[in-house]
Design a protein around this ligand. Sequence first.
Ligand code: AMP
Ligand code: GLY
Length: 363
Amino acid sequence: LIIGSGGREHALAWKIKQSPHLDKLFVAPGNGGTHSIATNLEINANDVEAVKSAVEENDIQMVVVGPEDPLVNGMVDYLKKELKDVMIIGPGSEGAKLEGSKEFAKEFMEKYGIPTGRAKVFDKTNIEEGYAFLSSQNPPYVLKADGLAAGKGVLITEDIDEAKQNLDDLIIGEKFGTSSARVLVEEFLSGIELSVFVLTDGKDYVILPEAKDYKRIGEADTGPNTGGMGAVSPVIFADKTFMEKVEERIIKPTIKGISDEGMDYHGFVFFGLISVKGDPYVIEYNVRMGDPETEVVIPRIKSDLVELLEATAHANLGNVTLEVEPFTATTVMTVSEGYPGAYPKGKEIEIDQPLNGAIVFQA
Ligand code: AMP
Ligand code: GLY
């Protein structure tokens, strides 16, 4: 059973569907794309009790939790407590804090010596210090809501007055409710970004193909940010030297931290990285796969995904080697005009010619 309804979940379903170990595939709630290859269950992705019942009713043996909300809200802890013999892919709520709280993630990185931008945290009690701190810094000013904000919680501006106004909007104006009650003011890092993914069982890991997503809505990387308008894998500047730095400086200490902290973590770690003159820094952790990155990462995995996920659940990743396809994969989103603002829904997309070598994923 895959939890979620995005392009990410369709891509995971597409790959799992190819496994000889699969008997029956469910997605909850799924989408039009997963409907054609799996059984969609009409269950809200955050409804833990309904998920538990569906697992029991359908004799489901493995649950893969796709999106961050149910992970941060503790779905994995609940399912593990209630369903003893079911393999659950995703971190428990303690590990999910790496995405659910940017302050928690910063403290974790500091403790384990993982390169990231320096940051200070402000809330209602010391917002005046926040204004003063901003005045003491050089532009651009980077402000981050501590909690989940559906990818919209980072505000960057060159203008000091706007930066102070942003701090005010987040904390006093409760722009993202309790998610922005605490705000990080972070050092601006200048460089080029990429996404690196691992599967971990809490002590060992395998590195999946890396990807780069392009977030702006317009042609030639212009206009407002979105969740991602497209992605490509592999990433041209992520050569052997760079990826060795990523593994030594970022992946290894992160997995050591997860293990030392005793986090129950059997799932994906998504490292949002920035290369500053060839040195990698962590911009953010996510505790799930990326979307649209999954749509290019998954087609490049040659190994059987069910076997990989079984090894993840059973803490057996130390014995696994990943086989990767040498080709390049790229994805482009087709969205209704108006996105990422308000947009009309219910439109039809017609594809009237065969798409040789292309896969259509729906979100
Ligand atoms: P996030 O929501 O954490 O992925 O951040 C959204 C975007 O803000 C990132 O993809 C970066 O482009 C940018 N960003 C976040 N933190 C920084 C930083 N410290 N320096 C420069 N850009 C940043
Ligand atoms: N594409 C970025 C994300 O999934 O967070």
